[in-house]
Design a protein around this ligand. Structure first.
Ligand SMILES: [Zn+2]
Length: 376
């Protein structure tokens, strides 16, 4: 008996020690999740926000930071589809996959799990078409990212409560002649293809503000990203049910592909402003977990010295002055990308890990044990 009680007290102490080092998930009430993805936003892109524009970017508000490896099951350098599949489903797959496994089987996304098994409301905001790789991986399952019309058909039945982005043509000008815009209206959606009009609290809400992608910031996009994020947060907060909202800053990647430093600076400023909207929401709603990361870095960007010609003591000299953004390529790179977390369960996102871990760490933070069991 004595021996047994010794063992059980040792076990108790061991458990106590274990629970002391396990990050604490919030247990009283469900937790909202806001997932901000800067497409192509590696550490150099985040660093650029500290040198161009705002002196104190909103990234300064994070204390819990991790690093993430982004390679896909097929390539050392991932694309947005494989990276979003890994983060949305926990399964690493091949480049171009939209939430299917390497053998092309559908894998449920965190949005679908939270919607179906935990009663969450869901939202998606993107600057590209809403059928583009990053948002698509949260509600669709197809073998190739270019199957835009198939992806649109899956959005029509995905019951996403709030979405805003581009891509109207994949809903209205289709090879199969279906009009998915009309079908969505018939499924209790308030839709708008002209502006971010007031949402209808009694319906689901969808905004298609471009036939294809929205313009970039330098092309005059305006405040769509922070405004759509605010609108989504207002709507999703109204019912009192918990929500999962993914917001993508899509053009940080496109700035890298275009090797355009002005575009990069403006897209990072827009992302930083959107981050400010979300951080203000967290202040008022502490039961909200915010995770900010990227699918990969784009452009092999470095922040380099800018040389300028000066006259020093009557002599012409070329000396370093300002910081310059340089692009090493117009492609994605294999760099680790940063992860920033704030809110209940934020500790889970520290360390260095593979991108599919984001899925499991989010579920751990939400304290939803049944989902965590499916870790491969
Ligand atoms: Zn890209």
């Amino acid at each position: 008996m004595l021996r047994l009680s010794k063992i059980s007290s040792a076990l108790f102490l061991a458990l106590l020690a274990l629970s002391a080092c396990t990050p604490q998930a919030k247990e009283d009430g469900p937790i909202n999740v806001i997932f901000l993805i800067g497409d192509g936003m590696g550490l150099p892109q985040v660093s650029s926000a500290f040198y161009f524009g705002d002196d104190a970017p909103n990234f300064l508000q994070f204390e819990k930071i991790g690093l993430m490896k982004t390679n896909s099951s097929s390539h050392k350098v991932t694309d947005s589809a494989a990276a979003a599949t890994a983060m949305a489903t926990g399964v690493r797959s091949y480049n171009r996959a939209i939430s299917v496994s390497p053998d092309s089987l559908s894998v449920p996304s965190i949005l679908e799990l939270l919607r179906d098994q935990a009663g969450y409301q869901t939202g998606l905001v993107s600057l590209t078409t809403i059928t583009h790789a990053t948002p698509a991986c949260f509600y669709a399952h197809v073998e190739d990212r270019d199957q835009h019309e198939d992806i649109a058909a899956q959005l029509a039945t995905a019951r996403v409560d709030f979405f805003a982005g581009g891509g109207l043509k994949y809903f209205t000008q289709r090879k199969d002649q279906r009009n998915l815009y009309q079908e969505l209206l018939g499924s209790n959606y308030h839709l708008d293809s002209l502006q971010l009009s007031a949402y209808d609290p009694a319906k689901k809400n969808g905004y298609f503000l471009a036939s294809e992608s929205l313009p970039s910031k330098v092309e005059g996009r305006g405040n769509f990203l922070p405004d759509a994020t605010q609108l989504g947060l207002d709507y999703l907060s109204e019912s009192g049910k918990p929500f999962f909202l993914m917001v993508e800053g899509s053009y940080i990647d496109w700035a890298g592909h275009a090797e355009n430093d002005t575009m990069l600076i403006q897209e990072m400023a827009d992302f930083n402003e959107t981050l400010g909207v979300v951080l203000a929401y967290l202040e008022k709603h502490p039961n909200t977990l915010l995770v900010v990361t990227a699918d990969h870095e784009t452009g092999g960007v470095s922040l380099d010295k800018q040389y300028e010609a000066y006259k020093v003591f009557g002599q012409q000299k070329v000396i370093p002055s300002e910081v310059a953004i340089r692009f090493n390529s117009n492609q994605h790179s294999a760099e680790l990308v940063p992860v920033f977390a704030k809110g209940p369960g934020e500790d889970y996102f520290q360390g260095i890990y593979q991108n599919n871990e984001i899925y499991f760490r989010m579920l751990q933070a939400l304290n939803i044990q049944s989902f965590s069991n499916i870790r491969p």
